[in-house]
Design a protein around this ligand. Structure first.
Ligand SMILES: *[C@@H]1O[C@H](CO)[C@@H](O)[C@H](O)[C@H]1NC(C)=O
Length: 436
């Protein structure tokens, strides 16, 4: 604020140029013949500079970009103990008839409209699932939080569970960076969580318990821009709003790859081309940026890369670390198979695509090393979105893996009364196309 408009713009432009040119690194593999490399470098520099100037003018000559539309509100709301409004949606069977309740915190550029993208109401009914999704603070229709952290994120989930009448425990379902909030639930409210279902969950890229090799394997899969943004979030987060204003907060739609600086696998690209996914993505993105403020996104980015206050390794720790002495040594023979754990003791299921370039498989290998009790389901050839989104067989497979044989909703005496419940809210137009 204190410096001049021009100075500020110049500085932002420089940082932006650095980011745009950052992907040059990828065109500089050492083992290539420099004779071939130079024309590429010059060509790419030219493209990058062109993109930069066109971007700066804010007038690209491509076909008219689709504008982001802010929809009339559709969410249900609760008031949390600290007075904030939390927006949520429900799918599947009502809480009182649910055999299983699930809460799904969303990922970075997402909202309550995501949940399990494309999941059929009939499948939720069949397994007796009550699925609750919500907008993180500052996203969608939820009020911002003045000082968000991973404990407050867990407390929000707890408040939501109580408010929507989840009687006991709930499953936490998370995809990608939504995983951060799921880890938080396992850490801060373990006794409320029945189990965790995660799809390519992100871990803190700076997690102290990651070995050098593990870090390297994860970082090398990311585009230079993405690495650059992680570094910015960690070191200079005040620059983030500028980048966001040029991508998902520009008021225009774009390809997910460009909006989020992702590299996508073949299967992911195929999914992005499907009208059902496109419609879902655009509607969900419009909901995510509803408030037009970069602050919640910056908060989220900072949370992802700053110290979480816990390591994943601490989520499930052996209760009695093997002591010294003959007696303990003898005991260990008998208790090999049933070691006792503290912290979160329920199941953790992780699905991971082998061709995921957003949260690469090395991330899940790391999780498995530090959380040996987690069950990892490897998905050959799948990407970051391809298994989790708009795949009926996959959704069925996920539910039967974690919940067993479908047994429908609970049989309650009140079955006839369900019609007199609160008016059914519209969850999303796009989501339910084809579902009655
Ligand atoms: C988390 O937040 C709640 C509610 O503000 C507080 O009571 C609790 O002590 C906090 N827990 C930790 C570990 O900070």
């Amino acid at each position: 604020m204190e410096d001049s408009h021009v100075g500020r713009n110049m500085r932002s432009a420089c940082v932006f140029a650095a980011a745009r040119l950052g992907f040059l690194n990828e065109y500089l593999p050492e083992d290539r013949d420099p004779v071939h490399a130079w024309p590429v470098i010059i060509f790419v520099s030219f493209l990058a500079l062109t993109a930069l100037f066109l971007g700066a003018e804010n007038q690209s000559p491509r076909e008219l970009p689709k504008k982001v539309y802010i929809h009339p509100p559709t969410a249900s709301h609760i008031r949390l103990p600290d007075g904030r409004n939390l927006a949520y949606s429900q799918q599947g069977v009502p809480a009182e008839r649910a055999r299983f309740s699930m809460i799904s915190p969303h990922s970075f550029l997402s909202s309550r409209l995501a949940g399990i993208p494309g999941v059929k109401e009939s499948l939720l009914e069949e397994f007796g699932v009550h699925l609750v999704t919500y907008d993180l603070p500052g996203f969608g229709e939820s009020d911002p939080h003045p000082s968000r952290n991973l404990n407050s994120t867990a407390m929000d989930m707890l408040g939501l569970a109580n408010a929507v009448g989840i009687p006991e425990k709930f499953w936490v379902v998370a995809h990608s960076s939504g995983g951060m909030h799921a880890w938080a639930a396992l850490r801060y409210i373990p006794s409320k969580v029945a189990g965790a279902v995660m799809f390519a969950p992100m871990v803190n890229p700076y997690d102290a318990s990651m070995t050098k090799e593990e870090k390297q394997k994860t970082w090398e899969k990311w585009s230079s821009k993405r690495k650059f943004l992680y570094i910015l979030a960690r070191k200079f987060p005040s620059f983030l709003p500028y980048f966001y204003s040029k991508s998902f907060l520009s008021g225009e739609h774009g390809e997910p790859e460009n909006l989020l600086f992702l590299s996508l696998s073949k299967k992911d690209k195929a999914l992005m081309g499907k009208p059902s996914f496109k419609e879902f993505w655009e509607r969900n993105m419009e909901e995510s940026v509803r408030q037009g403020d970069s602050k919640p996104f910056v908060e989220e980015a900072i949370l992802q890369v700053s110290s979480w206050g816990f390591n994943l390794a601490e989520l499930q720790a052996p209760k009695n670390p093997e002591g010294e002495g003959l007696l303990n040594w003898l005991k260990s023979f008998y208790s090999l198979t049933e070691r006792e754990w503290t912290g979160f003791t329920g199941p953790i299921h992780i699905w991971q695509g082998s061709d995921d370039r957003v949260v690469p498989p090395s991330t899940t290998d790391f999780v498995r090393r530090v959380l040996p009790a987690a069950t990892v389901h490897k998905l050959p050839g799948e990407g970051h979105f391809s298994y989790f989104c708009f795949c009926d067989e996959c959704h069925r497979h996920i539910f039967s893996t974690i919940l067993g044989t479908p047994r429908g909703p609970l049989d309650t005496m009140a079955e006839d009364q369900t019609a007199s419940d609160a008016p059914t809210e519209e969850i999303t137009g796009s989501h339910h196309s084809g579902v009655i």
